[in-house]
Design a protein around this ligand. Structure first.
Ligand code: AMP
Length: 281
């Protein structure tokens, strides 16, 4: 049985009991509308911890756009059924006032890795992410926390924060789960129309082709410029970035060297898609 907990005090008592018995606690932070991508994190957490908490909290602080926040999909009953089937011990689903009570005054801000890409196009987003993740780690007291590579920059922001604040948790990154056609799973994909669902997988295909070209030694600027043009030719719009960056500290790369990542954010209809893949030299 998955127990639903809404208050941090009750969660703390639950976790304290587990820890007294020497159990290792894993947490999977999410915003709900769960899909197989989230569930892969849950399976990793189950394999690597004795007890698993999944948090479902649509964090207003990380949305820089009210419409996006309002239309973010929410379906707790379905989420709970999926978590039951996956053997999750606790669903922690707090209200906004539980997370941000009156007088809340603290922001966690990670400089450097937060500055570019998502940080540049969604001002304040990573402050919201870092603050809520710090809080969820504090509330759950988990020893391991599982995050998807789908949000690669977010994963680096969280790793940096945990190192910088000496938080007693190990961050585990898990591979991106994709539809058979290559589209990275995302709760926001629900808002794609039928025709857009045919276009969306092209994004991953172009990332893969571009990574191959870069590995073959093609000029980075040329390969990226051609890939940007190709993305837009397929009906995507508002290409915020398609960048080649160092994998960990996300520095821009003019030539392929070391562990690198190709990252993209682009609009398709009402949806903003983000994706990334490894491009090791
Ligand atoms: P979200 O609910 O979108 O905030 O995502 C919660 C967690 O699930 C984050 O760590 C995401 O990176 C991860 N996640 C979302 N989609 C995927 C996916 N397709 N594959 C792997 N992890 C994912």
């Amino acid at each position: 049985m998955t127990q639903v907990i809404r208050h941090s005090e009750a969660l703390r008592e639950k976790v304290a009991g587990w820890k007294r018995s020497g159990m290792l606690v894993g947490v999977v932070p999410t915003m709900g509308a769960l899909h197989d991508g989230h569930l892969s994190l849950v399976h990793a957490a189950r394999a690597q911890s004795d007890r698993v908490i999944v948090t479902v909290f649509v964090n207003p602080m990380q949305f820089n756009n009210t419409t996006d926040l309002q239309k973010y999909p929410r379906d707790e009953a379905t989420d709970l059924a999926l978590l039951e089937a996956a053997g999750v011990d606790v669903l922690f689903a707090p209200d906004v006032t539980e997370v941000y009570p009156d007088g809340f005054a603290t922001t966690v801000s990670v400089s450097g890795v937060s500055a570019s890409m998502e940080g540049a196009f969604r001002p304040g987003h990573f402050d919201g992410v870092a603050t809520v993740v710090a809080k969820l780690l504090g509330m759950t007291q988990a020893g391991r926390a599982f995050f998807g590579e789908k949000d690669w920059q977010q994963l680096q922001v969280v790793r940096r924060m945990v190192r910088d604040l000496n938080l007693p948790v190990r961050i585990i990154g898990c591979p991106t789960v994709r539809e058979e056609n290559g589209l990275a799973m995302s709760s926001r994909n629900q808002h794609l129309t039928g025709p857009q669902r045919d276009i969306a997988p092209v994004l991953h295909r172009i990332l893969v082709q571009t990574a191959q070209r870069l590995r073959r030694g093609e000029d980075v600027h040329t390969a990226l410029a051609e890939a940007r043009a190709e993305i837009l030719s397929h009906g995507f719009h508002d290409l915020d970035y398609l960048d080649l960056r160092t994998a960990d500290d996300l520095q821009p790369l003019d030539t392929l060297q070391g562990a690198a990542r190709l990252l993209v954010a682009v609009g398709l209809g009402q949806v903003r898609l983000i994706d990334n893949i490894a491009v090791d030299a």
